[in-house]
Design a protein around this ligand. Structure first.
Ligand code: ATP
Length: 357
């Protein structure tokens, strides 16, 4: 991100930042507006916030709308202009004046967020892990999107047929599920093998991950084809009235000696960073540009050595990192890169100082 302008987003009434540096650190006390600035970048990249409903309305209380603009790094000489606007008329999200997301692979801004609840990826519902896997796969295999939409349609029809008790109609949807499932699984397996290799290379830096393995569960038994698994599951699916197996059940887990690894919050945060880094390396191996990383209070929950090791990996990447840091002075802390760091200090939603380091 080269520049960022934020108007009426939460506490930030009007903020303009020159952010063209490999590492950008946003410092400030609690509630100063640090996460809000990361949220602004996220809005530009994804067109939605990463904060749930509990964060309340995003537009500054008493104002009519929110505007975020940013020029991002790209091959074009002046970068490219991203814009997000939201008011009572609706939402507008554009790239160089054209609707976002752009068609095809023309995505100049891909981001990776490590937020306050990164651990939930490992501990939460399998859907989170499946979505994470597919989102990362999608960047190198855009056809996955159409397959997933088709899968969702087939599963809906199949569930309806199961509730009606089966019959000839069910056989049609069984075939559909089996064909689609094998295709989606094939794409996932290729991505996963590559991703797992990268993950293990990175995990070697952290002794707590000795002997840990990243495993993929495809959603039906490894030794069966999906068609066979569908036959085996027939009775259970008819009695439950919905699909119990298939690519819609896939996920991944981190295990040791066959059991899911129990991790502390700090360890889980490290693992999530490594999973994201490994995914980015797969993308880089396939010729994609580096992502922009948003690290919200990365120091929280990590001891000095662990943070040093992690930053040793994150800080070496080619792409940009924007970090937030709880500090009452513009002290950039340990996550910097010499002569390549900009620090912005925020108080009450406004930038009070900026400096290069
Ligand atoms: N719609 C809104 N209008 C005005 N202020 C808002 C709105 N939504 C949230 N806020 C305020 O914005 C602040 C939240 O800012 P933010 O989460 O960016 O802080 P932070 O600097 O990341 O803090 P912490 O270090 O505690 O996480 C809070 O003080 C909150 O009350």
């Amino acid at each position: 991100m080269r520049t960022l302008r934020v108007v009426h987003l939460r506490r930030c009434r009007e903020v303009a930042l020159e952010t063209a540096a490999p590492v950008v650190v946003i410092t400030g006390g609690n509630g100063a507006g640090k996460t809000t600035l990361l949220e602004a970048v996220y809005l530009l990249a994804r067109g939605r916030s990463f904060r749930g409903r509990k964060a309340g309305p995003m537009t500054t209380r008493g104002e009519r709308g929110t505007l975020v603009e940013g020029r991002c790094e790209a091959d074009a000489p002046n970068g490219r202009l991203l814009r997000y606007r939201r008011d009572h008329h609706g939402r507008e999200h554009s790239l160089d004046g054209l609707p976002w997301p752009p068609a095809g692979d023309d995505r100049p801004l891909r981001i990776k967020l490590i937020g306050e609840n990164a651990q939930s990826l490992l501990e939460g519902d399998p859907t989170l892990r499946r979505t994470f896997l597919d989102w990362n796969l999608f960047h190198v295999e855009p056809r996955l999107g159409a397959l997933r939409r088709e899968l969702s349609r087939v599963q809906q029809q199949r569930n309806a047929a199961l509730r009606r008790g089966g019959g000839r109609e069910l056989a049609v949807w069984d075939r559909g599920l089996s064909e689609l499932g094998e295709r989606i699984d094939g794409q996932r397996q290729v991505f996963f093998a590559h991703w797992r290799t990268r993950f293990h290379e990175l995990a070697a830096t952290f002794p707590f991950l000795d002997g840990a393995d990243l495993v993929f569960a495809r959603g039906w038994p490894a030794q069966q084809s999906l068609a066979e698994a569908i036959t085996t599951a027939r009775r259970a699916e008819l009695s439950r009235g919905h699909t119990l197996i298939g690519p819609g059940r896939a996920e991944f887990q981190l295990v040791r000696d066959g059991a899911r690894l129990a991790l502390s919050r700090g360890q889980a945060k490290v693992v999530v960073c490594l999973l994201q880094l490994a995914a980015e390396q797969v993308h880089r191996d396939q010729g994609l540009a580096p992502a922009l990383w948003l690290l919200d209070d990365i120091e929280a929950e990590l001891d000095t050595h662990t943070l040093e090791r992690l930053w040793g990996l994150l800080g070496q990447r080619d792409g940009q990192c924007i970090l937030s840091r709880v500090a009452t002075s513009p002290d950039p802390g340990p996550c910097t890169r010499p002569n390549a760091t900009r620090v912005f200090h925020v108080e009450h939603g406004a930038v009070t100082s900026s400096a290069g380091h």
